[in-house]
Design a protein around this ligand. Structure first.
Ligand code: NAD
Length: 361
C-alpha cells in the first residue's frame, strides 16, 4: 500500500519525537511491504519564524493532499517565547485551530490505556487499577457550547453572559457513526454520555445515537449521565470501551481519563473527518523545558502513528505490531525519564525509538 503522509514536526520536542515515529513507520513499511512518502509542513512557531504566520494556505493544501497528517506538537514557553508577544491570531496555537477547521476534523479520539508495567503511575487505588483499563474517548470537536453564539451584556448595572449549546442531528449522527465504527474494531461496546435528564441537546443526542445503534446490532449501547461517568472513570474505569460524547463533556472527561493513566508521555490522540483522513498527534504539548535534551518520551507520538495505521489506512495488523512493540519494550524494563521507576533502565528519546523499531520484525 502507498501511504502519503504529511508531517508537522512542530516546535520544542516535536522534531525529536516525530523522527522516532517516522523511524518505526519506516520499519513497519519495510516489514509489511508498504511504501511511505512524507511531505513536511511547517506549523506553529516553526512557521511563524519562516512565514510570519502559524499556518499558510500552502501548508493547508499540502495537508489536504495527503492521506493523513502526523504531528509532533507546537508552541513554546508561553512566558518567554517571542511568539507569545504576537496577537492571539498569529500565535502558534492559532495554527492548530485553523488546520482542524480547514480539514473539518469533527471527531477527536483519545485512548486511555493502563499498561501493567506503568500501573504504579496510576493515581487510583490498587484494587481498582489492578483490573486494568483500555478505553477510547470519542469527543465531538466542532459543535456544541464552544461553537455556539455567545455574548455579554449589562442591564441596570448587572452583567450577564450567555453561551448557547446547539447540535443538529447531522452533527450527532456523523460522530456517532464514527464511534460505532471504532467500537467494531474494539470490544464492541459504546457508552454514550449526555445530560438527557436536563438538556434538550442531550435528549436529541440520545435519540440519534439510538437510531444509529440500530445499524450496529453487534455493538452493545449504554447511556450514562455525564456526572455519573465522571465518577465511574475513577471508580470502575475497566467497564468502558468507547465513550461517545459531545464537545464540552468530552473535553473534561478525556482529560480525566488520561490523567488516571498517570503518564503524559504515553497519551496518543487522533482527530478525524468524515473520510478516512485524520490528524494524529500526542496529547501532550511541545515540552519546551526538555526540548533538545534528547530525553522526551516518543511513545505518545508512536502510538498516534499506530492509530493512523489503524484508522486512516485500515492496517490493523501493522497497528497491532506497533502497540505490541510498546508493551514488549516496557516489559523489558526500558523507560524514558517521565515514566522511570526503580529497577528499570533509563533511555533517551532516540534509544527508545530504536528499541521499539527493533521489536517490529
Ligand atoms: P506540555 O505537555 O508541553 O508539558 C507539561 C510537562 O510534561 C513538562 O514538564 C514536560 O517536560 C512534560 N512532558 C510533556 N510531554 C513529554 C514527553 N513526551 N516526554 C517527557 N516529558 C513530557 O505542556 P505545557 O508545558 O503546558 O505546554 C508547552 C507548550 O505546548 C505550550 O506552548 C502549549 O501551548 C503547547 N501545547 C501544544 C499542544 C499541541 O500541540 N497540541 C498541546 C498542549 C500544549
Amino acid at each position: 500500500m502507498r501511504l502519503n503522509i504529511a508531517c508537522i514536526e512542530g516546535d520544542g520536542i516535536g522534531p525529536e519525537i516525530v523522527t522516532e515515529a517516522k523511524k518505526i513507520l519506516d520499519k513497519v513499511a519495510s516489514v509489511y511491504g508498504h511504501e511511505i512518502t512524507y511531505t513536511n509542513i511547517l506549523m506553529g512557531g516553526a512557521s511563524i519564524d519562516v512565514h510570519g504566520v502559524p499556518l499558510t494556505e500552502d501548508a493547508v493544501a499540502a495537508a489536504k493532499a495527503a492521506d493523513a497528517v502526523l504531528m509532533g506538537s507546537i508552541g513554546g514557553d508561553t512566558t518567554t517565547s517571542p511568539w507569545y508577544k504576537l496577537p492571539p491570531n498569529l500565535r502558534p496555537e492559532a495554527g492548530l485551530l485553523a488546520i482542524r477547521k480547514a480539514l473539518n476534523l469533527f471527531a477527536n479520539l483519545r485512548p486511555a490505556v493502563l499498561y501493567d508495567e506503568l500501573a504504579d503511575a496510576c493515581p487510583l487505588k490498587k484494587e481498582i487499577s489492578s483490573a486494568g483499563f483500555d478505553m477510547m474517548i470519542m469527543r465531538e470537536l466542532t459543535g456544541g457550547l464552544y461553537f455556539g453564539e455567545r455574548h455579554t451584556t449589562e442591564e441596570n448595572g448587572v452583567r450577564k453572559a450567555v453561551d448557547t449549546l446547539t447540535y443538529d442531528e447531522n452533527e450527532i449522527r456523523r460522530i456517532t457513526i464514527k464511534g460505532f465504527e471504532i467500537a467494531m474494531k474494539r470490544k464492541k461496546k459504546v457508552t454514550s454520555v449526555d445530560k438527557a435528564n436536563v438538556l434538550d441537546s442531550s435528549r436529541l443526542w440520545r435519540k440519534v445515537v439510538e437510531e444509529v445503534a440500530a445499524d450496529y446490532p453487534e455493538v452493545t449501547l449504554e447511556h450514562m449521565l455525564v456526572d455519573n461517568c465522571a465518577m465511574q472513570l475513577v471508580k470502575n474505569p475497566g467497564q468502558f470501551d468507547v465513550i461517545l460524547t459531545e464537545n464540552m463533556f468530552g473535553d473534561i472527561l478525556s482529560d480525566e481519563a488520561s490523567m488516571v493513566t498517570g503518564s503524559i508521555g504515553m497519551l496518543a490522540s487522533a482527530s478525524l473527518n468524515d473520510t478516512k483522513f485524520g490528524l494524529y498527534e500526542p496529547s501532550h504539548g511541545s515540552a519546551p523545558d526538555i526540548a533538545g535534551k534528547g530525553i522526551a518520551n516518543p511513545i505518545a507520538t508512536i502510538l498516534s502513528a499506530a492509530m493512523m495505521l489503524r484508522f486512516s489506512f485500515d492496517l490493523d495488523r501493522e497497528a497491532d505490531a506497533v502497540e505490541r512493540a510498546v508493551k514488549n519494550v516496557l516489559k523489558k524494563g526500558y523507560r524514558t525519564i517521565d515514566i522511570m521507576s526503580e529497577g528499570c533502565t533509563q533511555v533517551g528519546c532516540k534509544e527508545m525509538g530504536d528499541l521499539l523499531t527493533d521489536e517490529i520484525n
